[in-house]
Ligand binder design. Sequence first.
Ligand code: FNR
Length: 364
Amino acid sequence: PPVETMLGLDEIEETAQSFLAPRVSNYYSGYSLDGHSAEQNRSSFRKCRLVPRVMRDVTAVRPQTTIFGIPSALPIYISPSSNALLGHPDGELNIVRGAAKTGIVQGVSAAASFPLTEILEEKAKMDEESGNKMGMVYQVYLSRDREKNVEQLQQVVEGGCQALILTVDSNVGDHRQVTEKLKGTRGNAEPGIRMGPLGTEDQWHDSSQNWEDLSFIQQHAPGLPIYLKGVSHIEDVRLAKKHGLAGCILSNHGGRQLDGARTGFDSLRSIYAQDPQLVRDIDLYVDGGCRRGHEVLQALAFGAKGVGLGRPFLWAQAAYGEKGVIRTVRILEKEIATAMQLMGVTELSQIKPDMVECIQEIWK
Ligand code: FNR
């Protein structure tokens, strides 16, 4: 069906699933073990009830904000996810174009299917066309081969990426039964998959990674704000702040790492409940399971600066290339703007915790 007929992110996913090879849709929708975390990501947003304010003039709403220090049209960003090429020959380049044309920030995965140089070239092209600098941040894993990281970080700094995401919830590889059963669907063996700059997946995972390693990353990424991705525990947020990081992304990696790990949204609620000042002192982002505009607002109510979406953009570019990415942003834009109006707010900062009631107890 034509992209203009797509009315929700679920419909775009359905379209992609209807024609993608099972090994590709399995990879995109994949999760670890029983998928409890993946399931809860979706349901944690549904545990809330909105409590709108009424009789306020909401004629002009302003959903613009700043994401990772970069101006953004919306309080959302594209979460770094690997292997977009599996779904579409233009892969991550679709996402560059779509993000540039809609004014949202793209997170580029260390395991992107296109080399960073090609992604940066596309970004430069888009920047020249529009006369604007699109927002791009790069995600790294601490590699066992630090020389690889050095090379990579140099490219990121020189190529004009504006921030760095260090993913720390993947100190060992995922524990994925679903994809284990489909062995051979991942890695270099698969024709058409180009692995990220770190080569084979195993090399990404440095199980010795610890807080001391941060200075190495900081040293090789001068001037770039660093965000730690895959944080759940309040003490780790405090440690991130202590180590001078710009912020944390509360996330369970889309349920693809530790199954049973608390959802990003629940971590945010828990941290906010325990220490609201901490949430004001360091920038927190959330990802995992967000599929609707009002769900983005729920996270903002508890102090998140923005919400990342992963799979929706993989499905979108797979189904419709660049146009799918643009459509996805437009759908979310409409949902966010409408939800703001129905909530009685014109600015994102007006969304307060008293406007979101969560039904279930939070587990601390
Ligand atoms: C991911 N994610 C991810 N995260 C990361 O830091 N580096 C990576 O290379 C990848 N790769 C990746 C591949 C695929 C296929 C998926 C689905 C996800 C995790 C991603 O950034 C994000 O945390 C979750 O996808 C968010 O959940 P939703 O929006 O997909 O529900």
